[in-house]
Design a protein around this ligand. Structure first.
Ligand code: ATP
Ligand code: MG
Length: 658
């Protein structure tokens, strides 16, 4: 039987966790008493500084911030070498598993050696501090090594999703004027070897189109597939890295030295090249990772199942976990290869204790059914995290019940590429959690929900989510475009950071994310949130996933259009010959369900059953493309879509019986 919704229930922390958790209630008290002193303390406690800083925050040129002014540190030293120096070189840093089933165990000592070799190899290719390096790699350990090697020599990296096209890669290489591209021959996805080097060749092949800044392409051999070779430009990783010296002196850089550029996922429009720097970013990543996931480096096995091409991979696979010296799992492929039980085998094999993933994955597992988990021992898990989109209360409940054995806390973490680290989240030993709510800004973070005039809304009301004080891991700008930085984030409400998301405060003042402000619908003068209607749909036993958009409507201004993916059993019941009447009845039932759960105003004009939804590579639904479909337009920019055939499938499906 499908699960009942659990929207009303709340979950206090388990008593032993409340007692032992890394984060105790005084963390809020200390941050509230003196925010800047709190951050200075975090920076000094969590990181090793070669030169201590003299000022915590310089905000004189707001919104351009400088944190930990005068401080100097080496980010890679903080993520690797210092753990070895502290005697933990034998601790496993990464349990890596490739999609075909190959495995590697990499200790902190191994990682330190590999990073030093790679740093020497990059310097051998002429890379100097300040030069940009583009990374276009699958989820293999070399990706982590290359990022840290860049950090070690002060060369900002720009990681581009391995699934992106040659055009997307060229645009990002050109925007950052990268001098080196690090790639692989290919990577494994869904049982096949997908080419990467070929895309790099295409991206750089025609100087008239771009890619002229690139001098070298460093290629990891992963799949062994044939690759074209440009003499003088292309070099094999195993030639120049494996043979490089293991000695490398790490130089300290200014706290504000650029660490990386990363493009946002492009859910709402053209991706923005977000710039992060060193000291503040690493402080934010380490602090949030430690406290939100209650990390105990000696005993935990942590798994963040994101891709390094997404900010979650930067902060919660590379920088946060490694700065904290934790043991983690890294997996190359998709959850359905070779079978839909792959994840649970991985959890069982390594005894994963902390799992961090996205609502889209949880809903996929819901769609597949809980039976797939029942044959696996998941008792090692003690904490579950969610990121990327609002998590529907139904999905939250399923995650806790079936993955967490109704025992583990679930933390819903709200943040963005721009914020660098988690901003709003429960703390597992302190917060009584509510399914579907990110709840409360972390200690040291100040958020508010504002109305159109910039006044804070009362509890129970909805508005625009803003951050009211600067924070260490905040973006320092959009690469090469200061005006766009000020315009996008700091103009809507002067002096406050505008996140672009809508949120509601409940009666306790807890934050509920409502989706993008751009996606808010206006139906007959009523503002409706995509997240709330989607959650209502997902709370119906037949629905696994839903996306809701507002489409222009002559009478109501906008009308609610819903796209739903059914759970496996419901899909079977309405998919056969002669099942049209059942399908029509289900659509009516879903429309009525929304009217009942929310209000008749929210009742969808249309409910379209689809097999797939358009998503970014990071798993976010691209509602703007569905709006294009609903309004009968050509779809807009699809370059960051995970699977470009999805839009065609949806359109084709819509030509059939409505
Ligand atoms: P673009 O800015 O180019 O449109 P994007 O916003 O999707 O892309 P990211 O920075 O990867 O790129 O995503 C951040 C956004 O993801 C947030 O603004 C928010 O809308 C959504 N998000 C992340 N975590 C959560 C969460 N826990 N609950 C609700 N929404 C979330
Ligand atoms: Mg965004």
């Amino acid at each position: 039987m499908p699960d009942e919704a659990t929207t009303q229930e709340t979950y206090p922390p388990p008593p032993d966790l409340a007692r032992d958790a890394v984060a105790q209630p005084e963390l809020y008290a200390r941050a509230d008493a003196d925010r800047l002193a709190f951050w200075a303390d975090q920076a000094r406690t969590l990181l090793d500084w070669e030169t201590d800083f003299t000022q915590t925050l310089d905000w004189d040129r707001a919104p351009f911030a400088r944190w930990f002014v005068g401080g100097r540190l080496n980010v890679a030293h903080n993520c690797v070498d210092r753990h070895v120096e502290a005697g933990n070189g034998d601790r496993v840093a990464i349990h890596w598993e490739g999609e075909p089933g190959d495995r590697r165990t990499i200790t902190y000592a191994d990682l330190a050696r590999d990073v030093r070799r790679c740093a020497n190899a990059l310097e051998g290719l002429g890379v100097k501090a300040g030069d940009r390096v583009a990374l276009y790699l699958p989820m293999i350990p070399e990706a982590v090594v290359a990022m840290l090697a860049c950090a070690r020599i002060g060369a900002p990296h720009s990681v581009v999703f391995g699934g992106f096209s040659a055009d997307a890669l060229r645009n990002r290489v050109d925007d950052a004027e990268a001098v080196v591209v690090v790639t692989a021959d290919g990577g494994y996805r869904r049982g096949a070897a997908a080419p990467l080097k070929a895309s790099v060749d295409e991206a750089l092949g025609d100087p008239a189109r771009g890619g002229r800044s690139v001098r070298s392409v460093l290629v990891v051999r992963r799949t062994g597939q044939d690759v074209a070779w440009t003499e003088g430009r292309d070099v094999w990783w195993h030639d120049v890295v494996d043979g490089a010296s293991e000695e490398h002196e790490a130089q300290a850089f200014d706290a504000e030295h650029p660490l990386y550029i990363l493009y946002t996922s492009g859910t709402t429009g053209k991706p923005k090249g977000i710039l992060h720097t060193s000291g503040g970013y690493l402080t934010g990543a380490a602090y949030t990772h430690r406290n939100v996931f209650d990390v105990r480096p000696e005993t935990d096995v942590y798994w963040c199942a994101a891709d390094i091409g997404w900010v979650t991979g930067h902060s919660y696979i590379v920088y946060g976990p490694l700065a904290n010296g934790v043991t983690q799992v890294m997996y190359e492929g998709t959850p359905d290869t070779p079978t839909r039980e792959r994840w649970w085998e991985v959890v069982e094999r390594y005894g994963v204790t902390l799992l961090y993933t996205a609502p889209t994955t949880v809903r996929t597992f819901m769609k597949w059914g809980a039976d797939l988990l029942s044959g696996h021992d998941l008792s090692s898990l003690r904490l579950l995290g969610s990121v990327g989109e609002p998590i529907n209360p139904e999905a939250w409940g399923w995650y806790r019940r079936h993955v967490g054995s109704d025992r583990t806390p679930v933390v819903d973490t709200w943040w963005q590429t721009e914020t660098g680290s988690i901003m709003i989240s429960p703390l597992p030993g302190i917060t009584t959690t509510k399914p579907g709510s990110a709840q409360r800004p972390l200690p040291g973070i100040s958020a508010a929900v504002l109305d159109d005039t910039g006044a804070p809304v009362a509890d129970g009301q909805a508005g625009y989510l803003v951050l009211t004080e600067p924070w260490p891991s905040m973006l320092r700008g959009i690469w090469g475009d200061d005006d766009r930085y000020v315009e996008t984030y700091w103009s809507r409400f002067p002096g406050r950071y505008f996140a672009g998301d809508g949120a509601r405060l409940d009666e306790d003042g807890d934050v509920w994310l409502l989706g993008r402000v751009d996606d808010v619908m206006n139906v007959s003068g009523h503002r409706l949130s995509t997240a709330e209607i989607e959650s209502a749909l997902v709370s119906h036993p037949s629905v696994a996933e839903a996306a809701v958009v507002g489409a222009a409507d002559d009478t109501t201004g906008q009308a609610v259009c819903a796209f739903v993916i059914l759970r496996a059993d419901a899909a079977r019941a309405v998919s056969g010959e002669g099942d049209e009447a059942d399908a029509a009845a289900l659509v009516k039932e879903l429309r009525d369900h929304v009217a009942r759960e929310i209000s008749p105003i929210a009742k969808p004009r249309q409910v379209l059953v689809v097999a797939e939804l358009p998503k970014t590579r990071s798993g976010k639904i691209m509602r703007r493309l569905l709006r294009d479909v609903a309004e009968g337009r050509e779809a807009g920019d699809v370059t960051t879509l995970a699977d470009s055939s999805v839009m065609g499938t949806i359109r084709a499906g819509l030509q059939g019986p409505a």
